[in-house]
Design a protein around this ligand. Structure first.
Ligand code: PDD
Length: 287
C-alpha cells in the first residue's frame, strides 16, 4: 500500500511526491535530518529531536520553517494517515532549490527550505532478534568532516562503513580517530568495564545522540557509574560489555569488536538492563 508522505506543506501519495533537481540537498548535501521512533503509535523523545533539529539548522544558517507545534502536528498526521504502530519518522530540511547550482547560499527571502517527512514501519523494533544476539562491529578510521555534531545528510562515509562491515561478516563499524573510538556509523558507542559505562564526551567529533542523553540519565538514576571520556580501540576489545544507542536501535548490545569477542559472546547484563529501562521509560513519556 502506498504511503502518505509530507512535502512542503502537502500530504501526498508517495508516487506523487517530488522535489526539484536543483534542490541543494540533492546537489550539495546541504540539509539536515532527524529520525524519530514511533512505538504504540506515539513519538519517542519528540522534543529532544525538535531541539536538535533547531540546533542543526541554526549551525547551518537555515531558517526553521515551522515551530514545535507545527512539527508535532505533521509527525502526528503522518502516524495517523499511515496507521503507523511501530517504526520511525524520517524528516529532512534542505536549503531549498534556488534554480541554478551555486556554491553561494541562496537568499532565504526568495528560496524557501525544502521539507520532506515520511514514515517507515518496523514491527521488530522493540522485540528485536538482533538485540537478543548482539551485534558484531569492525573498526574503521574516522575520516568524516569536523562538524559531526550537526546532523547533516552527508552520509556517504557512514554508509560505506556499514558496507565494509557487512563484507567482513559483521553488522556495523565503529570509527576510530587518533586511536580513540568516536561513534558507530549511525549510533553512539559505549563500553562497560568493571561496572562502569564509558562513552566519548560530547564535542564536534560526534553526534549528540538523543538516545545517548536519555540512556545516560536513566543509567545515573539507576545508580550505574558513567564516565564520559575517550576510550581506545584496545580498551574496547578488552571490555566486559559494549553497546550502541540510536533512535532506531535503542540500546543494542555489541558482542564482538574488530575480531575480539567480549565476555561470553552474548549480550551483557548491564546492556540488556539499560535496553529494558530505556524502552519502558520512553514508552511512558511518549507523545
Ligand atoms: N542515526 N551518531 C550518528 C553518527 C548517528 O547517525 C546517530 C543517529 C546517532 C544516534 O543519535 P540518536 O540517538 O539521536 O538517534 C549517533 C540515525 C538513527 C540514522 O541516521 O538513521
Amino acid at each position: 500500500m502506498s504511503r502518505t508522505v509530507y512535502v512542503n506543506g502537502s500530504y501526498l501519495p508517495e508516487e506523487e511526491a517530488t522535489v526539484s533537481v536543483f534542490d541543494r540537498g540533492f546537489l550539495m548535501a546541504d540539509g539536515v535530518y532527524e529520525v524519530t521512533t514511533v512505538i504504540d503509535g506515539k513519538l519517542i523523545d519528540f522534543d529532544g529531536h525538535f531541539t536538535r533539529l533547531q540546533r542543526s539548522l541554526t549551525e547551518l544558517d537555515i531558517t526553521n520553517p515551522m515551530d514545535r507545534d507545527a512539527w508535532l502536528e505533521v509527525h502526528r498526521q503522518l502516524v495517523a494517515q499511515n496507521g503507523l504502530d511501530q517504526g520511525m519518522i524520517y524528516l529532512q530540511v534542505t536549503r531549498g532549490a534556488p534554480g541554478d547550482r551555486d556554491f553561494i547560499f541562496p537568499d532565504p527571502e526568495t528560496t524557501a527550505p525544502t521539507v520532506v517527512l515520511f514514515t517507515q514501519s518496523n514491527p521488530a523494533l522493540v522485540d528485536s532478534p538482533k538485540a537478543k544476539k548482539g551485534i558484531k562491529v569492525i573498526a574503521i578510521e574516522d575520516i568524516r568532516w569536523g562538524r559531526r555534531d550537526i546532523k547533516t545528510v552527508q552520509l556517504l562515509y557512514p554508509s560505506m562503513g556499514k558496507m565494509m562491515a557487512i563484507k567482513a561478516g559483521c553488522d556495523d563499524a565503529w570509527m576510530v580517530q587518533d586511536g580513540a573510538v568516536t561513534e558507530g556509523t549511525s549510533n553512539n558507542a559505549y563500553i562497560i568495564k568493571d561496572g562502569r559505562i564509558i562513552t566519548r564526551a560530547l564535542s564536534n567529533d560526534i553526534l549528540h545522540g538523543i538516545t545517548r542523553a536519555a540512556v545516560l540519565r536513566f543509567a545515573r538514576e539507576a545508580q550505574m557509574q558513567v564516565e564520559e571520556r575517550n576510550f581506545t580501540l584496545e580498551e574496547a576489545k578488552a571490555a566486559d560489555e559494549a553497546f550502541v544507542t540510536s533512535a532506531s536501535t535503542f540500546v543494542m548490545p555489541v558482542v564482538e569488536i574488530d575480531g575480539a569477542t567480549l565476555g561470553a559472546g552474548v549480550p551483557g547484563p548491564l546492556a540488556l538492563r539499560l535496553r529494558e529501562i530505556y524502552i519502558e521509560e520512553s514508552r511512558k513519556a511518549a507523545l
